[in-house]
Design a protein around this ligand. Structure first.
Ligand SMILES: Cc1ncc(COP(=O)(O)OP(=O)(O)O)c(N)n1
Ligand SMILES: Cc1ncsc1CCOP(=O)(O)O
Ligand SMILES: [Mg+2]
Length: 221
């Protein structure tokens, strides 16, 4: 996922783990665009996922059109949750699909080689290997911790990140209840990206402070 150079890197000059922001469950695009800009300007963020469930398609399209340039103008990848078709039609850098979000192979074709496909794999090695076979650009595991953002039916342990990193080159994303305080074991286990909602958007000192806290925690892990 493209983005500006992070402050801290692993031994080889490559960042060993980066932040992946997922939007809050409800937002007003114009007001949120300002919050998003402040968050992205606060530190290193590799990607933003627009995740709006249960909104009219017209509202979703408007949110894409308002928020996509905020991310892309900062060289941050902009992905759309659940909808590969709209991701293509509206110039997103990719789509994130769950296990019940349609045919992954069809989505891969639709997205083409230039756009990213991320796939939810819960806590399943089998689903992750299937995602790899279908051509996913990353596999997402979770939830690692209790989360107030989504009713998460699966619980993952850091060992799955370790196993994945040992076996495969394909990047992994960790998600679910991740905060600056609890993220270290996931970073050490080899997660390539930490996807967060609450830890940034509900940070008591605001989203910019949330990004800085996570950047610092990743660097210190
Ligand atoms: C990075 C990332 N990982 C997992 C999810 C969850 O996707 P899904 O299982 O389809 O659930 P919804 O987010 O659609 O409710 C995600 N969105 N992003
Ligand atoms: C979308 C999603 N998928 C699994 S947990 C989750 C929510 C993550 O949000 P938070 O970082 O607030 O726990
Ligand atoms: Mg989904």
């Amino acid at each position: 996922m493209a983005a500006s150079a992070p402050a801290e890197t692993g031994g080889g000059g490559e960042p060993r783990c980066r932040l992946y922001l997922v939007t809050p469950p409800a937002l007003e695009p114009a007001a949120f665009a300002e919050q998003l800009a402040r968050a992205l300007d606060a530190g290193d963020v590799a990607a933003v996922q627009l995740r709006l469930k249960d909104v009219e398609e017209s509202a979703l399209k408007r949110a894409i059109d308002v928020l996509r340039p905020v991310a892309q103008s900062r060289d941050v990848a902009f992905l759309l949750n659940d909808r590969a078709d709209l991701a293509v039609q509206h110039g997103c850098d990719g789509a994130h699909l769950g296990q019940t979000d349609g045919d992954h192979a069809k989505a891969r074709k639709l997205l083409g080689p230039e756009r990213m496909l991320g796939i939810t794999c819960h806590a399943s090695r089998h689903l992750a290997m299937e995602a790899g076979e279908v051509g996913a650009d990353y596999v997402a595991f979770g939830a690692f911790f209790p989360t107030a953002t989504k009713v998460a039916e699966h619980r993952a342990e850091p060992e799955i990140l370790e196993w994945w990193a040992e076996m495969f080159e394909l990047p992994s994303v960790a998600i679910g209840g991740i905060t600056a305080e609890n993220c270290a074991p996931l970073v050490r286990a080899g997660a390539d990206f930490l996807a967060v909602v609450g830890a940034v958007w509900n940070h008591p000192e605001g989203p910019a402070a949330g990004v800085r806290a996570l950047n610092d925690a990743i660097a210190a892990a």
